[in-house]
Write a protein that binds this ligand. Structure first.
Ligand SMILES: [Zn+2]
Ligand SMILES: [Zn+2]
Length: 592
């Protein structure tokens, strides 16, 4: 994997005699895998030269732009990125999903006629836009994980793995803890999670706009200090850290000076520290293409539908100033703000109001988890506004003073997006108790494999040309497979089960042509990971009493359709399996 820096300056392009060596262009990093997959992380002014370089290659380009956030210094190169304007080139652009506004509209904002002569309509290339949340996705041979950063705009960090190497990119990001920002204190809470996200990577590319001694005057501006960046890299046990997003007023000489003092302090310990400069190339990994890395139980980062429901945010506290700030933070968001002046009232009302997020203003915060009860805090994020000291268990996060309206807005968005239920848990049928009782009466759960079932899954897999076929029985909290062709797994959780959806509807068939296009399944762990199911077709299996006890299903890792004739055949095979299920094993053995 080759990493090339095209822009390393933060906030504003700064050409001139004092930025010659480290560069004056704003953020832009190119990542190329051994097999040729091309990612561009952020599209600041450095993207201009990258675009020219791609055009010189002569061939139509294929690439992916990952935008950490849509502040100018990360997107200003887009209208000057030549490959986007030329027919035949194909580019995908990924950026954090804003509330209510599409990514294309956001990017088009800087290309309106008052700011720029051409609109995105002039893009000659095929350009596709993708909204990102927290989670994971793959681009060819690269696996990309995302995590929200702490910045006044909704901003994502990227962790990219491929060719046997891993890098992390985190610009722009302010330490959650003001102490850590000046190189003191312990790494806890969200800062710890930030370090864990980058755990063990070969290279961290990190916002290092300020020095600890400058931080006091820059609190709330949304950036890291070099000291914080190095602390995080040490905690993450990263091999190397490239400090970047250099402040526009930082001279080459000043960068040399702070690097020397950082290295002296680190000695032989910790990661290799350097400052990113334009033209720098870092080579990592084996140099050989490898399969994308599997990522267990992580939601798909690519969001499809827009968030249409208004989320409810409950603010606990009676300070007029705080209430006003929070009200301003959510005024143009699809958010309903509920106010509760006292903690006891809020706790009593929470069950009825069903908020997605609770904000607590300082004085009340110590008592909150007790008042809400443990059951609530597990799923309901509680964020403390202000106060001092680290909040204890039961809290998701705390906004340190001074916090701005913009910070509050971003943190609220972050937590609401995290709280979103990603995949649909299967509904529980009305006759659940009778249904489970009927299944248990068959006496088949946890029995050994039998040829009379295995021959059905074998036939179905051949008939429908799928890698997997199952006789799946939906127990109270699991699905258990009486026969499993194409997999060694003999049971899995009901929560992620496709078959549990099949039995919960009225239809006799559940067909999911492409799980990634289906909101119920697109970020189900069985889709994003494990067998990576894309296609599912299941025919409901009934007990002798007619209870829906499971499904006979075929699965594929590619999107598929079933013709009407094939749907009929799937029902036929399922009917034959049903007949076997209703025949006790002993009798079946005698008949054989
Ligand atoms: Zn920036
Ligand atoms: Zn920014």
């Amino acid at each position: 994997m080759d990493i090339r820096f095209w822009g390393t300056r933060g906030s504003l392009a700064k050409p001139g005699p004092h930025t010659v060596r480290y560069g004056g262009n704003t953020s832009c990093v190119e990542v190329r895998s051994a097999s040729g997959t091309r990612l561009v992380i952020d599209c600041g002014t450095g993207a201009h030269e990258l675009g020219q370089s791609i055009m010189r290659e002569g061939a139509p380009s294929r690439g992916h732009v990952l935008i950490s956030h849509t502040h100018w210094d990360h997107i200003q190169g887009i209208p000057f990125f030549a490959p986007l304007f030329v027919p035949g080139h194909v580019w995908d652009i990924y950026a954090p999903q804003g509330f209510g506004e599409s990514l294309k509209e956001t990017l088009a904002g800087q290309m309106e006629y008052t700011y720029f002569p051409v609109t995105p309509e002039a893009f000659g290339a095929q350009v596709r836009y993708h909204n990102l949340g927290e989670g994971c996705f793959t681009i060819d041979d690269l696996t990309i994980r995302t995590r929200y950063l702490n910045h006044p705009a909704l901003t994502l960090a990227f962790r990219i793995e491929g060719d046997g190497a891993a890098i992390a990119y985190a610009c722009d990001h302010e330490p959650h803890s003001r102490e850590l920002a000046i190189g003191e204190g312990e790494i806890v809470g969200e800062d710890l999670a930030h370090a864990e996200f980058m755990d063990g990577v070969d290279l961290i590319i990190h916002d290092a706009q300020y020095l600890a001694e400058e931080y006091q005057a820059k609190q709330g501006w949304g950036h890291s200090t070099v000291e914080y960046a190095v602390t995080i890299a040490k905690a993450a046990k990263a091999e190397q850290i490239a400090l970047t997003h250099h402040d526009p007023s930082r001279t080459d000489a000043q960068i040399d000076t702070y690097l020397a003092s950082l290295r002296a302090k680190l000695g032989e310990t910790g990661p290799k520290v350097f400052a990113a400069y334009e033209g720098l190339v870092v080579q990592l990994g084996s140099g050989e293409a490898q399969e994308p890395v599997a990522t267990p139980n992580i939601a798909n980062a690519i969001r499809t539908g827009e968030n249409e429901d208004r989320a409810r945010v409950l603010l606990v506290g009676d300070c007029a100033v705080v209430t006003d700030k929070v009200a301003r933070a959510v005024e143009n968001e699809p958010i309903e703000l509920l106010l509760s002046p006292s903690l006891s009232e809020a706790a009593a009302e929470a069950a009825r109001l069903r908020p997605s997020l609770v904000l607590v203003h300082d004085s009340a915060w110590a008592e909150v988890p007790h008042a809400f009860g443990d059951g609530v805090t597990g799923e309901l994020p509680i964020v403390v506004l202000g106060g001092s000291g680290a909040p204890g268990d039961g809290y998701a996060d705390r906004l340190e003073e001074p916090w701005s309206v913009e910070y509050a807005r971003t943190r609220i968005r972050t937590w609401l997006m995290r709280a979103e239920c990603h995949w649909a848990r299967p509904p529980i049928p009305n006759d659940e108790a009778d249904r489970v009782a009927a299944l248990k009466r068959l006496g088949i759960l946890d029995t050994a494999p039998e040829e009379r079932f295995d021959r059905h899954t074998r036939i179905a897999a051949a008939l429908f040309r799928t890698p997997i076929a199952l006789v799946s029985l939906v127990d109270a909290d699991r699905q258990w497979f009486k026969s499993c062709f194409g997999t060694d797994v003999c049971e899995s959780s009901r929560e992620t089960s496709f078959c549990a959806h099949a039995i919960a509807s009225d239809a006799d068939l559940l067909i999911v042509p492409d799980a990634l296009q289906d909101d119920r399944f697109r970020d189900n762990p069985l889709v994003t990971d494990g067998p990576r199911i894309r296609f599912y077709a299941g025919a409901v299996l009934r007990s002798p009493e007619g209870k829906r006890i499971g499904s006979f299903c075929v699965l594929d890792v590619r999107p598929r359709q079933l013709s009407d004739a094939e749907r009929g055949l799937l029902r036929d095979v399922a009917a034959s399996v049903e007949a076997e299920l209703c025949t006790p094993a002993v009798k079946a053995a005698k008949a054989a």
